[in-house]
Each structure stands twice: as C-alpha cells, then as structure tokens.
Design a protein around this ligand. Structure first.
Ligand code: HEC
Length: 168
C-alpha cells in the first residue's frame, strides 16, 4: 500500500503538471519536477551531486558553467546527446537545464547568461550535433587559452584507480 502511495506521489511530482508551471526566470527551486527529472534521467551518468563518472562522463558541478563563456556553448548545452535525446519533453528538459545551471553552474556562469527558453530548447534539440567530441575539444582549448580552465583539465579525468597506478 505504502509503495503504491509513494509511486503516486512521484508521478505527481514529476508529471506534466509540475513542468507546466515552469517559466524562465522563475526561481528553479519552485519547480520540484526539475530536480526529480534530473535524478531520474541524468543522475545515472552525471551523479546526484553532478560529480560525473570519472573517466567516462564529465562532471557538471564546477564545470558546466564554463560553456556559458563561449559563443557556441549555449547551443552545445542544448544539443549534446544526453540532453537533446532525453525522453523528457521540451518544457521539462528546459526546466532541468535551468535547474542544472543554478545548481552546478555556481560562480562559473557568465554574467547575464539568460535562462534557457522552451522554444530555443525545442528547436536546438532537433539539430543533431556533428563531431561533438571535436567541438568539445576545441571549446576546452579556447577556455584554456582564456585562462578559465587549467591545462590538462577536461572535466572527465581518469578514474582514481587509474591515477593511483599512474596510468590513464
Ligand atoms: C548515458 C549517460 C548520460 C546520460 C543519461 C546523460 N548524459 Fe550528459 N553527457 C554524457 C557524456 C558522455 C557527455 C560528454 C559529451 C558526449 O560525449 O556526449 C555528456 C555531456 C553533457 C553536457 C555537456 C557538458 C560537457 O562537459 O561536455 C551536459 C550539459 C549534459 N551532459 C547534461 C545532461 C543532462 C541534463 C542529462 C539528463 C537530461 C544528461 N546529460 C544525461 C553522458 C550522459
């Protein structure tokens, strides 16, 4: 009985009703749905604290905000496959992106970077990202050249075990 009740609660919190009241500029903590959607759809790879999966998936915490300093960064954040191909609808995905920038962007988000709008996310996610690895490499090189990113830092790193063995 209790499990059924909890499942119903989860549905309520994450269902379309929770995303429907989303509007850019409104404090994201008012949207219970975004945090839950992140936990259900992104956390498996990026971690509940945005720490990523060392060696495989970039951390978001203390890193994702860097992309707001590049002209192509905004577009990249909406089109990277984990985002664009999410099963979340446009409204809920937009809420997750804005929640993510608030939660993990921290002080790194460029001043005046506007919240993502549902319309731009809806349009951007339809355009497949060509050569995303090359694009990411070029963006990171620009960030290093700007002095925003330490040499050798890529947000992914090697797993602690590999590091201990001096490999990777
Ligand atoms: C299956 C694992 C996986 C899932 C699920 C996933 N991602 Fe990702 N994400 C990645 C990987 C790997 C990258 C690195 C770029 C690439 O290779 O696609 C990435 C890159 C990103 C980036 C760009 C940051 C960077 O440093 O390149 C953002 C932002 C992002 N993901 C957000 C999300 C959000 C939000 C969700 C949930 C809606 C999500 N991801 C779901 C694996 C995942």
């Amino acid at each position: 009985m209790r499990a059924v009740f909890l499942a119903a609660l989860l549905l309520l919190a994450g269902g379309p009703a929770a995303a429907a009241d989303y509007a850019p500029g409104r404090p994201v903590e008012e949207h219970a749905g975004a945090r839950l959607d992140y936990a259900l759809k992104c956390k498996g790879c990026h971690g509940l604290r945005g720490e990523g999966t060392p060696g495989h998936v970039p951390r978001l915490d203390g890193f994702v905000g860097l992309f707001t300093h590049l002209p192509e960064g905004r577009d990249y954040l909406m089109r990277v496959p984990g985002v664009a191909r999410s099963v979340l609808d446009d409204g809920r995905l937009t809420a997750v992106l804005n929640w993510m920038m608030d939660t993990y962007g921290g002080g790194l988000v460029a001043e005046g970077f506007p919240p993502f709008t549902v319309a731009e996310v809806a349009a951007a996610r339809l355009r497949p990202l060509e050569d995303r690895k090359g694009l990411r490499e070029r963006m990171l090189a620009t960030l290093r050249a700007k002095g925003l990113l330490a040499p050798g830092e890529d947000g992914i790193g090697t797993s602690p075990e590999l590091r201990e063995r001096g490999g990777g």
